[in-house]
Design a protein around this ligand. Structure first.
Ligand code: ADP
Length: 324
């Protein structure tokens, strides 16, 4: 391997920059050239390449977002698009890839590397934590910290006014952000896509809380929860339960930004460093991740076909126990 291409694609996540830095510097350390591909697969189709060196990634370890930019690209998903992307890589001498992104990014990388046999390692980068092959994805820890900061602030006003707050958090079809932030933020209930909680069950929990003299409550609603979102849920609860003044907050895209936490910076550095070393060891078509405290490889095909369910049983049980 003489020239590694690195790119970020799909949704951005805090920690992507720290990861790019690790990939670039590890490659340079081992005497391999490294090219940044801007805007993911879109940039591959447009040959938007950047010859990087150790200095290209200075002063970025603490920045959210991605200096390589990211994009969604439908043209790449066609057979002609994939071929065009590969031809551009070949013409530029890029003979291996490190892809940083979510499920879609990994599917694209699998397709490209399977068809054209270009050595490829994927690094899971998404705040949603919805990939198999790593206990944690880049950005998830930072996003959860952002959410609990917001919950803490909302708690102040909830407690002062006897309010019930529904706070909607991101995660697509995964409840990971909701569950962790619910535990860390001391929520009364957490509504998850992976576990249907009916409105009646929620109201009976809130009624018990009210009888037990709780003067305010916080309910975390994952965006993928089947209740139809925080506003709709709040409307349904209002119809049958009026003990509190009910308010809704949708946290939205602020969860995607911000300076990465120490956990995400270290994870990003470890995965970027290991991805380059594994490519140089001859590995290809793998998802790299953290399991326990070890860096592990999972064949991309296996990672993309497995369930990404990773809600811890003890956390699920704790939500109701610790909020009595
Ligand atoms: P994420 O990587 O965060 O899941 P997307 O799902 O938007 O984000 O995927 C990012 C990009 O990856 C898409 O815009 C597309 O270019 C490419 N991609 C996604 N799914 C596939 C697929 N099945 N085959 C080829 N390319 C794909």
């Amino acid at each position: 391997i003489k020239k590694i291409g690195v790119f970020t694609s799909g949704g951005d996540a805090p920690g992507m920059n720290a990861c790019i830095r690790a990939v670039v510097r590890t490659a340079v350390f081992y005497g391999v050239e490294v090219v940044g591909i801007r805007r993911g697969y879109q940039g591959m189709l447009e040959s938007d390449f950047w010859d990087m060196d150790a200095r290209s990634v200075g002063n970025i370890i603490h920045l959210g977002g991605t200096i390589l930019k990211t994009a969604r690209c439908t043209e790449f998903m066609t057979d002609e698009g994939t071929e065009k992307a590969y031809n551009n890589l070949k013409e530029y001498g890029i003979d291996a890839l490190v892809a940083i992104g979510g499920d879609g990014t990994a599917r694209g990388a699998e397709r490209l590397s399977n068809r054209f046999k270009i050595p490829t390692i994927c690094i899971p980068g998404t705040i949603d934590n919805d990939l198999y092959g790593s206990d944690f994805t880049l950005g998830y820890d930072t996003a959860t910290n952002t959410v609990i900061e917001a919950i803490d602030k909302i708690r102040d006003t909830a407690a002062s006014h006897n309010r019930l707050f529904f706070i909607e958090v991101m995660g697509r079809d995964s409840g990971c952000i909701a569950l962790r932030s619910g535990i860390a933020g001391g929520a009364e209930a957490v509504l998850l896509p992976e576990r249907a909680t009916g409105v009646d069950e929620l109201i009976s929990k809130l009624s018990v809380d009210a009888k037990n003299k709780k003067t305010s409550s916080i309910v975390i609603v994952a965006e993928g929860d089947k209740s139809g979102g925080a506003y709709q849920l709040a409307e349904h609860v209002k119809e049958k339960f009026n003990f509190y003044d009910i308010k809704v907050t949708i946290l939205g895209h602020l969860q995607r930004g911000g300076s990465p936490s120490s956990f995400d910076r270290v994870l990003a550095s470890r995965l970027g460093f290991a991805a380059v070393k594994e490519l140089l060891n001859g590995k290809t078509r793998q998802m790299i991740g953290l399991r326990g405290n070890s860096i592990v490889l999972t064949p991309l095909e296996e990672a993309l076909n497995a369930s990404h369910f990773k809600l811890e049983d003890d956390l699920m049980e704790m939500v109701s126990v610790l909020s009595i």
